[in-house]
Design a binder for this molecule. Structure first.
Ligand code: ZN
Length: 518
């Protein structure tokens, strides 16, 4: 078990996963297809300008306030205002960034002059009856004297209540104090983190961010494949704990929140450069590759590739594991889904199936540098050619074309023992690097050439040796040289040659220098 596996287990054990109940009974049409709702349902009309009245409540039978995470200090009006509206990384600035300025979230926090509003709803659910209606109704009524509800279109009730065990809930409720118009309403229970963002995104029509997982080594088209709710750990609509990680390209494109220049729709084999997903105006950030087609050949589902770096909202490291520990910034995240239609749920794919045990396998989903993925049903392959902090190069090839680009291996020698008496065995570590790009594991051979007269040589105790080396990786061999028992006291040079067995003209050499002395 490595360090981040332990961290994950700790997170699971302490239960900081978002659990939430979203009571969304309407098919929300977004952006271009947005359908005006009946006037009695203004929670639909709130999109995209959310004016939020935040009500802080405690209970007649329990006055305890939620604590600021990692401290013994209770939430205050200032703390809540910062988290939701005014901090650099507030819920409001999250939606400004993720929507490219299309969504605005403003609001006010009402705390009854610091004493919070006290309601008669039981503080702890005892009868299994999740009475959200009276909870919300009591909170709305308790704050009525201080809030002109007609100035808002959304309500958030914050408490330490855990009705039905949920950390949050998104729903809608009639507000008698505003003519019984239905408002979008969110409940946040004890944990702040990304919960308010998550629940507000539900009000916007987003479903949970899931994973599509098959038994390894399959990624999509395997046996025993299933969709796992919440299992996108790089998306606030999945299980991100406190981390307010960005929505994915698929979700943002559905809402018209990605500038067209940010997305490259791939139609032919080519090498592409994409830039960190969190940066604006630097160039294209998303590759969109056909994943499935209907009988007419029209694309019905896409792969969405994102280069996620630890920047901005994606750099929230309050909870481990961080993205770095999970290798996400070293690779490309791949989601699958529609760019149009009613499917708002985003589905992440595990590009390293079998890398972790059980349910933890999906925590490191990125396709790493130097690795490739092939979908024979879709007739497409892609792989990560190169990356640095500011850009990533990705190769895409369609049916019949290989991603593999052959290159000669490189070879370097380091003496273990290069000085000896006549007849004594000398030895060297010889390291071969597989330089081909996106060729996967290929066989390289190492042999000794140009041996001085009368000398004997072995590679890994054989005449020559082979090893399967993954593109970009190295393998070290041990070369042993033995001089004749009668040898001049002088320097001798032998040569080792490494070549790719399938492309034997691709080869390179290194010199092994020995000194024979008394
Ligand atoms: Zn939810």
């Amino acid at each position: 078990m490595n360090q981040y596996t332990r961290s994950l287990q700790k997170i699971i054990a302490t239960g900081v996963f978002v659990t939430c109940i979203a009571i969304l009974l309407f098919p929300l049409q977004v952006k271009a297809g947005y359908v005006a709702a009946p006037t009695s349902y203004n929670y639909l009309e709130a999109f995209p300008n959310y004016k939020v009245a935040v009500i802080l409540v405690t209970f007649t039978d329990n006055p305890t306030k939620p604590k600021i995470y990692g401290t013994k200090n209770p939430w205050t009006k200032n703390f809540v205002t910062g988290e939701l509206f005014s901090n650099t990384y507030s819920m409001a600035s999250y939606f400004t960034e993720v929507s490219n300025g299309e969504v605005s979230v403003t609001g006010d926090v009402f705390d009854n002059n610091g004493s919070w509003y006290v309601i008669d709803t039981p503080a702890t659910e005892t009868d299994g009856d999740c009475d959200w209606t009276s909870y919300f109704g009591d909170a709305i009524a308790a704050a009525d004297a201080d809030i002109d509800y007609t100035q808002y279109n959304t309500i958030m009730v914050l408490s330490r209540q855990k009705l039905c065990g949920a950390e949050g809930l998104a729903s809608h409720t009639p507000v008698p104090e505003a003519g019984n118009v239905r408002y979008g309403i969110v409940d946040i229970n004890g944990n702040m983190g990304s919960n308010p963002h998550h629940e507000l995104a539900h009000l916007m029509g987003l479903a949970h961010a899931n994973s599509w997982q098959c038994d390894p080594p399959a990624v999509i088209n395997g046996t025993n494949c299933r969709e796992v709710e919440y299992a996108d750990h790089y998306n606030i609509m999945g299980a991100t704990g406190s981390r307010s990680l960005l929505l994915t390209a698929q979700q943002r494109e559905n809402y018209g929140w990605l500038p067209p220049a940010d997305v490259i729709t791939v139609t032919q084999s080519k090498d592409f450069t994409i830039y960190p997903y969190q940066l604006a105006g630097v160039g294209p950030k998303v590759l969109k590759i056909p994943q499935a087609r209907d009988a007419n050949g029209d694309v019905t589902s896409w792969y969405y590739l994102e280069y996620r770096q630890s920047i901005g909202f994606d750099n929230v490291t309050g909870y481990i594991p961080t993205m770095q520990q999970l290798g996400v910034p070293n690779g490309v995240l791949v989601h699958m889904g529609n760019s149009t239609g009613t499917r708002f749920s985003s589905t992440i794919l595990d590009m390293t199936p079998g890398s972790q045990r059980g349910g933890m396998d999906i925590y490191d989903p990125a396709l790493p540098l130097g690795s490739s993925y092939s979908d024979p049903v879709a007739g497409v392959s892609f792989g990560v050619l190169a990356r640095n902090a500011s850009a990533m190069a990705i190769r895409v090839r369609f049916t019949g074309e290989s991603l593999c680009e052959w290159k000669a291996p490189s070879v370097t020698a380091k003496a273990i023992k290069s000085i000896g008496k006549p007849g004594q065995e000398l030895s060297f570590n010889v390291t071969v690097k597989h330089n081909s790009v996106l060729c996967g594991g290929r066989t390289a051979e190492l042999r000794v050439t140009n041996l001085p007269k009368g000398w004997a040589a072995t590679v890994n105790k054989k005449k020559s040796a082979t090893a399967v080396i993954v593109s970009g990786q190295t393998q070290t061999f041990v070369v042993r040289l033995t001089s004749p028992k009668k040898t001049k006291y002088q320097k001798f040079t032998a040569t080792v040659e490494a070549r790719m067995v399938k492309k034997p003209t691709l080869k390179s050499t290194a010199k092994l220098t020995s000194l024979i002395r008394r």
